[in-house]
Ligand binder design. Structure first.
Ligand SMILES: *Cc1c(COP(=O)(O)O)cnc(C)c1O
Length: 468
């Protein structure tokens, strides 16, 4: 009986004679198609060996071989890393790629990446140059720092700074600043990696200047201030300002380092957001070294930017770790292109997607929301209950944790279909549409949706509804 069943499965030689498979063979390698056929046949044999399939179901499954093989081949050939539509309203969404890069900047990057470039070539002397020189001048100009260096990300920047300045020495940090920043970036662990010895002072909610002062001794290399980017301790609290720390560092002749995290270069309180200390503020206070991310509030590529006194930056440039953490030409070009906008604040707000989304007025968002609402209503009739509601967007990326920016969302509910299934179908769309589900309602925040994406969203909803 069993061996009889197996004989219903066509042979590879027969399968490749099928028209659908033949057309697959025309555009794909023979190995890939044959491999996909074998996988499909293996699956069928597994189903048979479990013994719970009727002959009729088995024949149906066998009839699907050609379509399934085609799907397998297409799936193998299609990129797994792809563009999505962010309807969550979280602007710096770490899971969805953090900062978006301006398209003009990407054209410039494309030209650099697809052609030869002066990456490490000095066009004046014709001799070897430094890859960092392209960025250093513009970072100095924008931040007012004496020197600058860029590495792979901010976590790497902190490791490099501590390794270069404080290996086997002590670094004093407030207990209130021993933070974990998503993933596995924990300040105490990072310090251990760098070989610096952590001396934590004060308590979770209060640290005084004399806490730092008492901790400074022969072995102290630096005082470290960590910007608690992703949380706030509220209530009975006090921490030391950077100014006070800089004054103490000068008096005791130890370096003062600040891990700013987000790295804002524009005072965003002018645009109605909560005040977040800028890199320029830190430099003005006289701090020795500041580190910050390239792809958080700065709105550029993943990078860790280190600015500060030349004496210290030079130590990092020469440090062997710097070679391991070095950035590639894509990062240099993308960061340079993004930073160029900062030479004119209005241009930065207008052209850097992260800043533009964060500062879009509620009026503009409402106009967009109503437009999308009408377009969706036009094509779905009465299946869904859909309206525009007041909601809050988040900055994300562990930046401005308490900031809730008023926004407008499309809210979808339904008595006919499961909104949970709708969320899943949208997520499985060819261009995935990522929405927020809350209490059986689906939300789409117009702050992070561009009008050019409306068509994709409407088509996505239409095809989702056909398949629910
Ligand atoms: C985000 C953050 C980091 C890590 O930065 P990455 O660029 O993501 O590596 C480190 N320190 C602080 C304070 C941060 O907010």
């Amino acid at each position: 009986m069993n061996s009889n069943i197996y004989s219903r499965i066509p042979k590879v030689d027969q399968i490749i004679e099928n028209e659908k498979i033949k057309s697959m063979l025309e555009i794909n390698s023979r190995e890939l198609v044959i491999e996909s056929i074998r996988e499909e046949l293996d699956d069928i044999r597994k189903i048979i060996s479990k013994g719970d399939i009727t002959l009729e179901d088995l024949d149906n499954r066998i009839n699907k071989i050609y379509d399934n093989v085609t799907l397998r081949v297409q799936n193998t050939m299609s990129p797994k890393f792809k563009r999505v539509i962010n309807c969550t309203g979280v602007v710096i969404h770490t899971n969805l790629g953090r900062s978006l890069i301006n398209e003009e900047v990407m054209k410039y990057v494309s030209n650099i990446a697809t052609k030869y470039s002066n990456l490490e070539f000095d066009l004046e002397t014709g001799a070897r140059g430094s890859r960092y020189s392209h960025l250093e001048d513009i970072i100095k100009k924008i931040t007012g720092a004496e020197a600058a260096l860029v590495v792979n990300n901010n976590a790497a920047a902190v490791v490099l700074v501590l390794s270069a300045l404080a290996k086997e020495k002590e670094v004093v940090v407030s207990r209130g600043e021993l933070v974990e920043i998503g993933g596995s970036f924990r300040i105490p662990d990072v310090m251990e990696q760098s070989g610096a010895k952590l001396v934590d002072v004060g308590t979770t909610n209060k640290t005084h200047i004399w806490d730092y002062e008492r901790a400074i001794g022969e072995e102290t290399a630096a005082l470290l201030k960590v910007h608690t980017s992703n949380y706030r301790i509220l209530g009975f609290t006090s921490s030391i300002s950077l100014d006070e720390l800089v004054e103490l560092g000068k008096k005791k002749e130890v370096a003062v380092i600040e891990d700013l995290g987000s790295g804002v270069l524009i005072d965003l309180s002018k645009y109605g957001l909560e005040y977040e200390p800028t890199v320029q503020d830190s430099i003005n206070s006289g701090v020795d070294v500041v580190t910050f991310s390239g792809d958080k509030l700065l709105g550029g590529p993943q990078a860790g930017i280190i600015v500060g006194k030349k004496k210290y930056i030079d130590m990092m440039k020469k440090h062997p770790l710097n070679r391991a953490l070095r950035i590639d030409k894509f990062t240099i070009a993308t960061l340079e292109g993004t930073l160029r906008f900062y030479l004119d604040e209005d241009k930065a707000i207008e052209n850097i997607p992260t800043l533009r989304m964060l500062t879009t007025s509620i009026n503009d968002i409402e106009i967009k929301a109503n437009k999308l609402l009408h377009q969706i209503k036009n094509c779905i009739k009465d299946k869904l209950d859909i309206q525009v509601v007041d909601e809050f967007s988040q900055v994300g990326g562990g930046s401005l944790p308490l900031e809730k920016i008023p926004t407008k969302c499309i809210m979808i509910s339904s008595d006919h279909i499961s909104v949970t299934s709708l969320e899943r179908k949208l997520r499985e769309n060819e261009i995935p549409i990522i929405t927020r589900l809350y209490k059986d309602r689906l939300y789409m925040d117009l702050r992070t949706i561009d009008e050019t994406e409306f068509e994709i969203i409407i088509d996505g909803i239409k095809s989702a509804l056909q398949n629910i």
